[in-house]
Design a protein around this ligand. Structure first.
Ligand SMILES: [Zn+2]
Length: 68
């Protein structure tokens, strides 16, 4: 079964088969978004990337989730 493992900027909220949802998490100040983003789980050795600006400290944070 596919599995998404965040390496930075995200925390997995739910995972259901090939779909997962995650919350943005700022690695600089630790702030976490209250809303979730739903995306497809990346395949093995593939990478989902995104980025956001932290509302709290304005850090430009990269999101990276690796498929296993
Ligand atoms: Zn922050």
């Amino acid at each position: 079964m596919k599995k998404g493992v965040p390496t930075q900027g995200a925390v997995i909220a739910h995972q259901n088969g090939s779909q997962m949802s995650y919350k943005n998490k700022c690695d600089k100040c630790g702030a976490m978004s209250s809303s979730t983003n739903s995306v497809t789980v990346p395949g093995p050795r593939q990478k989902y990337t995104n980025n956001f600006r932290c509302m709290k400290c304005r850090n430009q944070q990269r999101v990276e989730i690796i498929g296993e």
